[in-house]
Design a protein around this ligand. Structure first.
Ligand code: FVH
Length: 297
């Protein structure tokens, strides 16, 4: 695994897909001085980029033929399949970089398609919002052909911070899915809590400000500690011993239920805590719930 930051290269780049993210990708390459060719199913979306200096292509195949590096950023895997079917052999001899969100299995399927059409393949995951592209706030995971990645690393790093995870094309997606999954799991809980806060008459925006500076500010070391505990199978009393944490859970659950707010996640936490304590692990912390997950318990 290698992590790199930006440097410059004028490699010509083709961008297939000009939604919010594809447009931001194309604009970043233009801003950094790369000759850029663009194509989008809905052709009008290319107009602002053409004004900024991009060449526009009539077809995806024509666009792919224009550059040694072909970046694809479409809605989903089905869209990628549809567009690549039109590109066909035009991608032969090129490096195809697919930044569309996909699963590890879908990434490996696209890698096979690329190999059958004479292209080297790099899969990528984007952990960024479009306005952050080209800044250190944009994070990318890459995997696939190491030779292709190393050849185009300076160009790809124009987009932000990138980490290469290895030759298996699915690895970038493994990272992407885990990162995005973490966000959704955490943020759904936060939305439920904001509902409770609002129902209780507090200002959700002001509360979010306070959380950002208090509980959420303690997350980086907490997350690192939990990751280490799970890896090592040793569970220190992170967030305090389970026996103490469990005593709070009924109040949390009752408070939510009294306000008509979904308490399902809290009930699950309490159930797991009770199990772990009953198994003699009440001195462990929150990370001690990990061995119970996936048991269907
Ligand atoms: N936008 C974001 O903040 C996120 C951040 C994290 C990762 N993603 C992923 O990036 C991929 C593209 O997302 P997007 O934001 O650019 O999405 P849209 O603005 O909706 O643009 C979608 C493009 O896909 C084209 N498209 C859709 N279906 C087809 C199809 N069957 N054939 C050809 N093209 C298709 C669409 O074309 P059009 O509707 O303009 O004609 C857009 O170019 C995505 O994987 C995110 O998960 C973004």
């Amino acid at each position: 695994m290698t992590t790199t930051t930006a440097s410059h290269s004028p490699t010509p780049v083709t961008v297939l897909g000009l939604g919010a993210m594809g447009s931001a990708i194309a604009r970043t390459f233009l801003d950094r001085g790369h000759p850029v060719t663009v194509w989008n199913r809905t052709a009008e979306k290319a107009a602002p980029l053409a004004e900024a200096g991009a060449a526009t292509a009539e077809t995806a195949a024509e666009a792919a033929a224009a550059s040694p590096l072909v970046v694809v950023c479409l809605l989903d895997h089905e869209a990628v399949d549809a567009v690549l079917a039109d590109v066909g052999g035009a991608v032969g001899g090129k490096v195809l970089v697919n930044l569309t969100s996909d699963s590890p299995a879908q990434a490996r399927t696209t890698e096979r398609w690329a190999a059958e059409h004479g292209a080297e393949y790099i899969d990528g995951g984007i952990m960024a919002d479009p306005p952050d592209l080209g800044t250190s706030h944009a994070h990318f995971s890459f995997s696939g052909s190491r030779a292709a990645f190393e050849a185009h690393e300076p160009t790809l790093m124009e987009l932000g911070n990138g980490t290469y995870y290895g030759e298996d094309a699915g690895l970038a997606s493994v990272e992407f899915m885990a990162q995005v999954g973490t966000a959704y799991e955490l943020l759904l809980g936060f939305l439920h809590t904001l509902r409770l806060v609002k129902l209780e008459g507090a200002d959700p925006a002001e509360f979010a400000d306070r959380v950002a500076d208090s509980i959420a500010a303690s997350y980086p070391p907490l997350l690192r500690g939990i990751g280490k505990a799970v890896r090592d199978g040793e569970f220190p009393p992170d967030m305090g011993p389970l026996s103490v944490q469990a005593a709070l859970m009924d109040d949390l659950i009752d408070h939510r239920r009294a306000n008509g707010v979904d308490a399902a996640r809290m009930v699950e936490v309490k159930r797991l805590m009770d199990r772990r304590i009953a198994d003699g692990h009440g001195d462990e912390g929150f990370s001690g719930l990990f061995p119970l997950l996936g048991e269907g318990s």
